[in-house]
Design a protein around this ligand. Structure first.
Ligand code: FMN
Length: 189
């Protein structure tokens, strides 16, 4: 099962993230949990979130990049769901071996994530804390998908990214479990 943890504080104003989500919503064996819809008061149902994670083989974190990181709700979700003794530490093996795919949209163009660009660092540097969160919980880190310049690019570029995302999930489901470690998809960056 593929579990999409979707964190967008203003889903009705989302263009890129919404297109990405709508492109995959109808795939079989896929569950979407839109955190801001589920928990408008930030009161996350930890048991429900953990149960969803236990059902999943692939966990997707889909969100806009806010201040070089995840939106506040997803950070809160990390804090209250990925608990010691459950996700890490002694006895904390609930997520071991599950795969994690990070799907991020950014306002900055790809060219702005360079030493001479306005964000000064390669985008991968900003991925590090998110990647390490997954790795610390024993998850397998899939090559991320990043859609840059999300409010600057044309509709057809967003549609192409969304269709690449759908292809990625479709291929992931088709690959036998034993071969997943060596499978590497094409990125659209
Ligand atoms: C509070 C806030 C912080 C943001 N921080 C960043 C940032 O650090 N880097 C960046 O490239 N874009 C940043 N953005 C732009 C968003 O990432 C961008 O608007 C979003 O990915 C577009 O996707 P959407 O159409 O699904 O909303 C920020 C936007 C907001 C509202």
């Amino acid at each position: 099962m593929i579990l999409i943890i979707h964190a967008h504080p203003y889903p009705q104003r989302s263009r890129a993230g919404r297109t990405m989500l709508e492109a995959v919503r109808d795939l079989p064996d896929l569950e979407v949990r839109s955190l801001y819809d589920l928990y408008p008061d930030f009161d996350i149902d930890v048991a429900a979130e953990q149960a969803a994670l236990l059902r999943a083989d692939l966990v997707v974190w889909l969100h806009p990049v806010y201040w070089y990181s995840v939106p506040a709700m997803l950070k809160h979700w990390f804090d209250v769901v990925l608990l010691r003794g459950w996700a890490y530490g002694e006895g904390g093996d609930a997520l071991q071996g599950k795969h994690c795919l990070w799907v991020a949209t950014t306002g900055g163009r790809a060219s702005s994530f360079t030493e001479s660009g306005v964000h000064q660092l390669p985008f991968d540097e900003f991925a590090a804390p998110i990647r390490q969160t997954a790795l610390f919980c024993g998850m397998e880190w899939e090559p991320p998908l990043a859609l840059h310049g999300a409010h600057l690019i044309a509709e057809d570029e967003i549609a192409a990214a969304a269709s690449a995302f759908r292809e990625r999930l479709t291929q992931w489901s088709a690959v036998p479990h034993a071969k997943r470690e060596i499978w590497r998809p094409n990125d659209f960056e």
